[in-house]
Design a protein around this ligand. Sequence first.
Ligand SMILES: Nc1ncnc2c1ncn2[C@@H]1O[C@H](COP(=O)(O)OP(=O)(O)OP(=O)(O)O)[C@@H](O)[C@H]1O
Length: 266
Amino acid sequence: MSTDTHAPFEKKPGTPGTPRSTGELIRLEQVTKRFGDHTVLDHLDFSVDAGKHVTLIGPSGSGKTTILRLLMTLLKPDEGTITVDGEQLFPASEKQVREIRKKIGMVFQQFNLFPNMTVLRNITEAPVTVLGMSKDAAEERARELLEMVGLTEHLAKRPGQLSGGQQQRVAIARALAMRPQVLLLDEVTSALDPELVAGVLDVLRDIARSTDITMLCVTHEMNFARDISDRVLMFDQGRIIEAGAPEKIFSEPEHDRTREFLSAVL
Ligand SMILES: Nc1ncnc2c1ncn2[C@@H]1O[C@H](COP(=O)(O)OP(=O)(O)OP(=O)(O)O)[C@@H](O)[C@H]1O
């Protein structure tokens, strides 16, 4: 075990800390997901390398959130294989799934905080109960994370006493407290009042810039996607129709559907 258990997340490579995986962290091969006779993901292939930030864009209903839900094992694929850090997710024993899930943090559109716990306890709960971290170490890490998301002075409050943007920043800190290798972000600003969106995105930009965490992000915030992404995947009807660096996708899209989508949202 690393001696650096207090670090809230890993800095860019070169900073001492828990060894992180390198190379490919997530791989989907020929993944198909159907709901009834509706094929939502259609023989999908893609991979995400450790430390990279990949953003999924595309029209509503094209299957983006379904991918994140598969990775969280909230859904099972009908066909194909999904591996995280070299471990196959389906089939896997409950114990294997628990171990893989520890590597994955997720932030949802809804914040899903525990309403009766303080902000601090929301962040320390899982590290103590799931990772077996001492309460003191978990609190120290939570305080560092709260500083990072700009909420130090709110640590004793209940979520209901915070704005939606503040609650979402707590949810981000809570996900990072488990020190996941990959952060899944599912339209994390969609439920927020417009004036609260920028604060949350700034926190995520900072995390993307200053840590080595891998990010897989579903967003309708195209400027944010352009800023943080190493690679953008354009989805349509359960398939990736175009993929590339953000400069290419946003400035010189090749596919008509990408052009149509971007002209509607930009
Ligand atoms: N549990 C479910 N049962 C039946 N259909 C579902 C279920 N979950 C998702 N779907 C359908 O699968 C399709 C893809 O949904 P998904 O949420 O992955 O799309 P999305 O690209 O993330 O869309 P959005 O941008 O609107 O969130 C949609 O047509 C949706 O209605």
